[in-house]
Design a protein around this ligand. Sequence first.
Ligand code: COA
Ligand code: AMP
Length: 627
Amino acid sequence: MPDLYNQQYTTFKQNPAQFWLEQSKSIPWYKTPKQAYTKDNDGLYHWFSDGQLNTSFLALDQHIIAGFGEQTALIYDSPVTNTKQIYTYNQLQHEVAKFAGVMKSYGVQKGDRVVIYMPMIPQAVIGMLACARLGAIHSVVFGGFAAHELAVRIDDAKPKLILSASCGVEVDSIIEYKPLIDNAIELANHKINHCIIYQREQVTATMVKMRDIDWTHAMQTTQAADPIPVNGDDPLYILYTSGTTGTPKGVVRENGGHAVAMNYSMKTVYGMEPGEVFWAASDIGWVVGHSYIVYAPLMYRCATVLYEGKPVRTPDASAFWRVVEEYKVSALFSAPTAFRAIKKEDPNAEGFKKYNTSSLKRLFLAGERLDPPTYQWLQEKTQLPVLDHWWQTETGWAIACNPVGIETLTTKPGSSTVPTPGFDVRILDMDGNECAANEQGAVVIKLPLPPGCLPTIWQDTARFKASYLSEYEGYYLSGDGGYIDEDGYLFIMGRTDDVINVAGHRLSTGEMEEIVAAHPAVAECAVFGVNDPLKGQLPMGMIVLKNDFTGSSQEVEKALVASVRNQIGAIACLKNIVSVERLPKTRSGKILRKNLRQLIDGDELQIPSTIDDASIFEEINQQLTMR
Ligand code: COA
Ligand code: AMP
């Protein structure tokens, strides 16, 4: 049997530049790139810098020109508002071109930033594509983030415009966005001249005179704008993600590499054909939403589903299967936590049996480790290939996958299968030596990263280098630990830094600690991730109160939970903060967060020899049982 994956992987490794120049031919450029990658004066890699293209043209106009204008492009399904709406490529292009005209009339030009803080409605997708059309750089902020987080992003991206809607709709609550935006603008140093607000029927936002513009009204009087050519290395978007400190990192994505990578991945990673229906059940605020709700399916001429609902409670645990039947979805991609939620409510998968899901060829999972019980349950109940794949906001697409578009490999529970062609994945030990098969180490990627991955952090190349490039020269440090087995299969075992993964959402414990530590009664604190059967991980906090504090420790704990929720947002899920007498530390004063996690999870304590006083764990245990 031909070993097609190995052949393609070897072709890439022998000559990455040639491999990607070949792939770049599959998209239409205004100016064809002659060079694959270049290294700039800062030593950063950029792909297809000498090419010119437009991402909105690739996602819309090219298909219309090719005669597919009446094909379905976007399927909006919103169980929380009982709304369904279908846009053909013609209709979506019409809306995008008009909205680009609106932004243009407010002065948005190539290179300007636009912050998009929106719920899962078609206008969010239209806003993103309209930015791409003008060569403007969007920065989508997840709707679950609070005003403070939005303000931090506004100050970093310095947008010319904010796009938003009057509200988001959760299962049993309506989140008014406008007060959050007004508050964020108040908190931010960067001044905003205009916000364009889409008024949803659930809430009518109060508009600020001269600053706020009604979306629908503006669309009535505008002129459509054409796509403008941008360079391959011009940024398409900035997406902020959690790092180890309180300041989020602005991951930059450039147009050329992104388009080539998205196109390549639709076939290689997802085995899709143009014309099929692709559904990434995520949110446009996350990287999965950028890549696989918006850009990749549209550039590849698939129909994409924009689902404003949850896997459960909208109205029940069969919601996913209902959508699959209704729109004949070929591939469904979500996070393991979504399926754990379904499994919890419908352990026998009765919902799956209720619907005709014969269109569904494969299930894809990512965002967190796919635990073997969830993998086995899904496989047994659906009888479908269940494919784990590993990636990060930084890469924008799968670093490791089962490359079904090339060759379907046997899956192994707990493994995201093999490195995707383009990613030269290695496992290194602390001294930078390559680990033997099955030996755990730091998962790194040999430079240059393939097209589509971040070239740098927005306005902070020093941080990019310090975070990713300085640990091992010539390699990108993923921040994950793991191993490669004797068959070349990659196993990702979890983060080696202070980043945690809560329900597939990436959060920084460092950021939560900064908020907790700011309380006047707190002497010191630690926030760390503990196991949770549904969400994978949940943050937990331990605080030591100042000696002279005489108030109620429970009041402080409650105030801190509220403060994290107010500053980061409900999505932070830090609901458990306990005060203890002291925290375990090394002799040099470093808090042993890893040991605290082990203690709470009931794992074996791997206490370092540098610990100050090991009896402290027994002491904390006693304090916790007495609560
Ligand atoms: N806007 C405002 N608030 C939001 C929000 C949004 N877009 N998304 C979530 N929240 C709020 C929720 O309402 C909840 O608030 P609460 O504490 O008042 O109840 C809080 O943030 C936590 O949300 P979540 O972690 O999503 O928990 P949940 O109980 O509502 O749902 C799951 C649990 C498992 C169903 C849900 O997390 C899920 O569908 N996960 C899939 C993850 C995913 O798609 N990840 C993307 C990577 S692929
Ligand atoms: P994000 O940037 O939010 O996509 O989160 C990226 C992080 O999620 C990675 O660094 C991993 O820790 C984790 N992750 C994503 N996909 C997987 C996977 N398939 N298996 C294990 N961990 C994963």
